[in-house]
Every structure is written in structure tokens, then in C-alpha cells.
Design a protein around this ligand. Structure first.
Ligand SMILES: Nc1ncnc2c1ncn2[C@@H]1O[C@H](COP(=O)(O)OP(=O)(O)OP(=O)(O)O)[C@@H](O)[C@H]1O
Ligand SMILES: [Mg+2]
Length: 320
């Protein structure tokens, strides 16, 4: 049962036992438009794997195909060494899912939301009650257990959705934008929880629009745009591949707009982003020294990061 057909693609050197997910040539179209366009990738057991991409890139559609909520047009999916097609029920039982939109029952209490969810997994009432206690501790919601969900803040709801996804102790947790709309404190709590899951051997597959989040949490990142994979690697390797190691940001310290020509020549690649001049460089000290001679500007020197990579790879125009 669940034997894998031979792999035709030399997708990676990792052994099959190390791979929790294999997706090959996944395709999905809506109204004749390809929104996921033949993507192939693997997720290793125990890693935190991130998917980044602009609005409409196809991230949620890909996740929905993986969790069996959206039917794919073509392509193969293997999870836990099982073929998703005949084994969908067995596969789903081993995954925990946090959707992009919260889908809690507002009229039920915090603990009822988890108990109802536990019943879908066929858990006994006693075992489910035990799990509720553990999960509410994990999500720091023990004091709120008898409150209805409508009384919770956005951060609490997100923690509850995460706790609920863990009820059946999944091996793989799929999170679609786990921290969108949360304040920095709430975001840090979720990050800390995701890290502790990973430290306990749980595999994480997440999407995000926050580059800092992806950089902090993810072992590897897949960049998707227009339903196609632009690249897939560790955050450090992506930064090294696409951008110079350091950035000097130049802002006007007066009411005068910046005129980049006035700084030339600089040993840097210059890009203007919202009125700030970004100087991507391998020689930040020299760039700083040259720029310091100009009056009326403020300088910030920083290492290049995933946001620079993202903008370089996906461009700056607004998406739908
Ligand atoms: N059920 C659907 N019917 C028709 N079009 C859809 C449907 N679901 C998604 N799409 C379209 O498919 C494309 C990809 O959507 P998807 O939700 O996967 O993107 P995303 O990368 O998750 O974007 P976001 O960052 O905004 O969440 C979009 O153009 C979207 O409008
Ligand atoms: Mg989405």
C-alpha cells in the first residue's frame, strides 16, 4: 500500500525517506487561466519550508491542492510516502492546516472549537479533553478557554487556529499566512510556537508576505510568481544569488527630492524605491565614504535581505 512509482525527475539527492512531500508538475487553472503552472518541488521531513510570492501567485491554490481541498488538473502528489490520490483520507489525518482566513466558530467557546475539531479525527471525548488542556497551554489561551471566540483578539484567534490544527498531533503543519494582520507581539508569539513545533520534529509548510518572517523561520524558500517557480533555496543562498551583500539606503534629509545622478559614480547598483535610493554593493565602506561628502542626505547601511531578493525576482509593480 502506498508504494511509490519510480521517480523520473532527478529532483533532488535526498533519500525518499527524508521527503515528507513530493509535488510533481502540479497544475491548476481557473476559467482557462493557469494559476499553478506545472510546479515540481519537495519538502524534507523536519524542515520549515516557505512559499513566497506576490498576491495571486498561486500559493494558496498550491497549498489547497496539497491538503486535498482543491482538485488539481494534473500532476502527482505524494505525502508521507503515500500517493495522495488513493490515500487521501490517510494523508489528511496526518496533516494540520491553518487557512489564510480564520474559520473558527464565533458562537462556540475556545475549548469547544477544539473539541468539535477533535471529533472530526474520531478522537475519544476523554483524549480530546486532555489534548485541549495541552493545546491551550501551548497557545497561551488557558484563561480564555470558556470565552466565546468572538471575544478574542486577532492574535488570540490565530493562536487558537494553530492550536486546533495540532489536535491530532500532525507530522506536517500547513500554514497559509499564519501572521497576516497581527501586531508585532502577536506575530512573535506565533513565530516562537512554529519554532517549537519544528524543534519537536514537526514539518512546517507555510506561506507569507513577511520577508522577515520567512527569513527567520524557513530553512528553504520557494519563490512563486504567476504560478511558476522562480527559485528555491535557503534564504542565505537566495540573498547571495540575487543581490550584493550590503545595501546603503540614501534618503533626502531636506525637502529636496533625491537626484541619484548627483552621486555618480558609485561602486554600487542603484535602485530607487519610494523616494529612497538603494545602493546594492560589495564595497559598502567605500560607498559610505563617498556619500558622506554629500550634504542634505541621511544614510543607512544594512545587510541585504530576502525583501531585496523578492523585489529583484518579482519586480515592483503592484499585483491583484
Ligand atoms: N476558486 C477560484 N476561482 C477562480 N479563480 C481563483 C480561485 N481561487 C484562486 N483563483 C485565482 O487564482 C490565482 C491564484 O490565487 P491564490 O489564492 O492561489 O494566490 P495567492 O498566491 O495565495 O495570493 P495571496 O497572496 O493574495 O493570498 C488568483 O488570480 C486568483 O484570483
Ligand atoms: Mg493566498
Amino acid at each position: 500500500m502506498g508504494g511509490l512509482p519510480p521517480i523520473q525527475l532527478p529532483v533532488s539527492a535526498a533519500s525518499m525517506d527524508d521527503l515528507i512531500l513530493i509535488a510533481r508538475h502540479l497544475c491548476k487553472s481557473y476559467d482557462g487561466r493557469m494559476v499553478v503552472d506545472g510546479i515540481t518541488f519537495e519538502v524534507k521531513r523536519g524542515e520549515c519550508f516557505g512559499m513566497l510570492g506576490p498576491n495571486g501567485a498561486g500559493k494558496s491554490t498550491t497549498l489547497r491542492m496539497i491538503i486535498g481541498m482543491t482538485e488539481r488538473d494534473s500532476g502527482d502528489l505524494h505525502l508521507f510516502g503515500l500517493d495522495m490520490d488513493p490515500e487521501q483520507v490517510a494523508v489528511k489525518a496526518r496533516m494540520g492546516v491553518v487557512f489564510q482566513e480564520d474559520n473558527l466558530d464565533d458562537d462556540l467557546t475556545v475549548e469547544e472549537n477544539i473539541l468539535v475539531y477533535a471529533s472530526y479525527f474520531g478522537m475519544s471525548r476523554g483524549r480530546a479533553r486532555e489534548r485541549v488542556g495541552e493545546l491551550l497551554e501551548f497557545a497561551q489561551l488557558t484563561e480564555r478557554r470558556r470565552d466565546t471566540v468572538r471575544k478574542l483578539s486577532g492574535g488570540m484567534k490565530r493562536r487558537l487556529v494553530l492550536a486546533r490544527a495540532l489536535v491530532a498531533q500532525p507530522e506536517l503543519v500547513v500554514l497559509d499566512e499564519p501572521t497576516t494582520g497581527l501586531d508585532p507581539q502577536a506575530r512573535h508569539v506565533i513565530w516562537q510556537r512554529i519554532r517549537s513545533l519544528r524543534e519537536n520534529g514537526v514539518t512546517i509548510l507555510l506561506t507569507s508576505h513577511y520577508m522577515e518572517e520567512a527569513q527567520r523561520l524557513c530553512d528553504r524558500i520557494l519563490v512563486l510568481d504567476g504560478g511558476k517557480i522562480l527559485d528555491l533555496d535557503t534564504p542565505a543562498a537566495l540573498v547571495e544569488r540575487y543581490v550584493e551583500p550590503e545595501v546603503v539606503e540614501v534618503r533626502s534629509a531636506t525637502a529636496e527630492p533625491l537626484e541619484p545622478e548627483r552621486f555618480a559614480p558609485l561602486p554600487a547598483r542603484l535602485e530607487e524605491v519610494d523616494g529612497t535610493l538603494h545602493c546594492y554593493t560589495r564595497n559598502a565602506s567605500e560607498v559610505m565614504a563617498l556619500l558622506c561628502e554629500h550634504p542634505g542626505i541621511a544614510l543607512v547601511r544594512r545587510p541585504a535581505n530576502l525583501e531585496d531578493v523578492f523585489l529583484q525576482l518579482t519586480g515592483r509593480e503592484l499585483r491583484d
